[in-house]
Design a protein around this ligand. Structure first.
Ligand code: 2AM
Length: 226
C-alpha cells in the first residue's frame, strides 16, 4: 500500500469516529499484507456489527496422525489413576506452536500469508517424558530434548506473526501435548518414558470451538515442512 492509499485508509477510518486512528506501516518484504490500519474504535464498530463474523480462537499446532493420537490417549489412561483427571479426547491431542487467542478476520488474513513464509524443516520429535503442570493440573507428554528444527519453527513463526502485529507469549515456550486436565495430584518430578517417535511433516492453523463438554478443534489450514 502506498502512502496515498494509507492516507485514504486514514480518512476512511476517520470518517467513522471522532478520535484519530493509529496507522502501522509494516514493510512489504516482512509482513505480506504490508500495512495494518489499527484503530480500536473502528475495530469495535466492526465487531459490534451483527453482519460481521465474530473473532475466532486460533492457534498454530503440530497435529499427530490418528494412530499416534490413539497411542497417546491410551498412555494417558495407563498413567492416570481413576478419577484423577479428565483425559483429552484422542482427536484433540496436539502440540501448540503459538497460541493466537481471539483473532478477527482481518488479523487472520494477515497471519496466514505470514505463516506461508515460514520455511520449516521436517523433523522427528521424540516423546520420552511425562510431566505435570501443577498449577494448571495438566498431565503432558513431551520431548526431553527439543529438536533445533522445532525451536526454529516456533521462532520463525512468532517472528513472522510479529511483523503483522502479533505479540508472542512472554512466558518461555514449553513443547508439550496435553493428555489430561484437572489432574489433582501431580507427581513430584517428570518421568522418563520409552520413546515414541513422531515424524513431523506439517504444521497447522487450528480453530478452537468452545462447547459445553469442552473444546473441539477444527484444522483450518496445513503447511508442509520441507
Ligand atoms: P494447553 O494444552 O497446555 O492448555 C488450545 O487452547 C491450545 O493452546 C492448547 O494446546 C493450549 O495449551 C494452548 N495455549 C497456549 N496458551 C494458551 C492460553 N493462554 N490459553 C489457552 N490455551 C493456550
Amino acid at each position: 500500500m502506498g502512502s496515498d492509499q494509507a492516507w485514504s485508509a486514514w480518512r476512511r477510518a476517520d470518517a467513522v469516529k471522532s478520535r484519530p486512528c493509529r496507522i502501522w506501516f509494516v514493510e512489504e518484504s516482512v509482513c505480506p499484507s504490508l500495512v495494518r490500519v489499527d484503530c480500536l474504535r473502528m475495530n469495535s464498530l466492526i465487531n459490534s456489527d451483527p453482519s460481521q463474523p465474530k473473532a475466532k480462537r486460533l492457534f498454530f499446532a503440530l497435529w499427530p496422525e490418528e494412530d499416534l493420537q490413539q497411542q497417546l490417549y491410551e498412555l494417558a489412561g495407563q498413567t492416570l489413576m481413576a478419577n484423577a483427571g479428565r483425559r483429552v479426547a484422542a482427536e484433540n491431542i496436539h502440540l501448540t506452536l503459538a497460541f493466537l487467542g481471539s483473532v478477527t478476520e482481518p488479523d487472520q488474513a494477515r497471519y496466514e500469508p505470514a505463516a506461508s513464509q515460514v520455511q520449516g524443516k521436517k523433523f522427528t520429535l521424540t516423546l520420552d517424558q511425562l510431566g505435570c503442570f501443577r498449577r494448571s493440573g495438566i498431565l503432558w507428554v513431551g520431548p526431553s530434548q527439543i529438536p533445533a528444527e522445532l525451536l526454529a519453527l516456533v521462532g520463525e513463526l512468532n517472528q513472522a506473526l510479529q511483523t503483522c502485529g502479533f505479540t508472542p507469549a512472554s512466558r518461555a515456550y514449553r513443547a508439550h501435548l496435553t493428555l489430561a486436565r484437572n489432574v489433582q495430584q501431580c507427581p513430584d518430578r517428570d518421568v522418563g518414558l520409552s520413546p515414541i517417535f513422531w515424524e513431523v511433516r506439517q504444521f497447522a492453523l487450528v480453530q478452537s470451538h468452545t462447547a459445553s463438554h469442552g473444546a473441539t478443534y477444527e484444522i483450518l489450514r496445513r503447511w508442509e515442512l520441507v
